[in-house]
Design a protein. Sequence first.
Length: 249
Amino acid sequence: MSTPDQITVSPSRRGFLAGVWAALPVLLAVAPFGLIFGTLAAEAGFDLAQTMAFTSLVVAGASQLAALQLLSDGAPAIVAIITGAVVNLRMAMYSAAIAVHWQGLGMAWRIPAAFFLHDQAFALSLNRYRAHPGESVADRAGFYFGIGATTVTVWIAASWLGAEIGARIPEGWGLDFAAPACFIGVAAPMIRGTANVVAALTASVLAVLLAGLPGGAGLLVAAAAGIAAGMAAGRRVARRAAPVMEPAE
C-alpha cells in the first residue's frame, strides 16, 4: 500500500492560474529590470543572439548584471561564471525551503522547476504555503509554476526589447554607469543583519584594494573573503544569542 509521499502528483491548473494572477504585480519590477539588462548587454557589444541566450539560460538578474559588468571590463569568462554562481548561491537555500512543501510531486516536474526558481517565485510561493497550510501539493506546485512561467516569459521578452532598443542607442550616450548602479540597487536591500553587513564591507574594501590584480582575480578573492567574514560574524552572533546553561548544583 503506497503512502502519501510515494504518490506522484502533478501541478494543478487551478494553482497555475492562481500563480499567474499573483505574479502580475511583480511584473512592474521584472519588466524594467529585463529591459535594462537587454539595453546594457547591447551597449557592452553583445549581439541579439548572445543576449537572448544569456538571459534565457541564466534567468537571474543580479548574477547576469554582475557577469555582464565583468565581461565588459575584460575579465575572463571563468571569472564571470564563478561570480554569477556565487551571487546565486541563495538558490540552494530557496530550493531546500520549497521542496519540503512538495512531498509527492513527480521528479518530471521537480527538474524543470529549477529553471523557474528566482526571488519572486520563492517569496510568493512560500508566503502562500504558510498562509494556506492545508493546500494540496498539486495546487502548491501549480501556483509556483504559474508565477515562474509568467515572470520568466516577461523577463525574456523585456530583455529582447531592451537589446533591440540598446542596439540603436548611439555609443556617445554612454550607459556604462547603469550596470553597476542597477546592481547596487538590486544588492543593497539584501544587506541586512550583522553577518551580511560584515560580508559586504569586507568584500567591498578588498575589491577596491585588489582591483589591480590581473584577470579580475581581486574580485574573486574579495568575494571569498567576504563570505568567510560573514559566516564568522554569523557564528559569533549565534553564540552570543545562545542561552547560557547554568551548571547543576
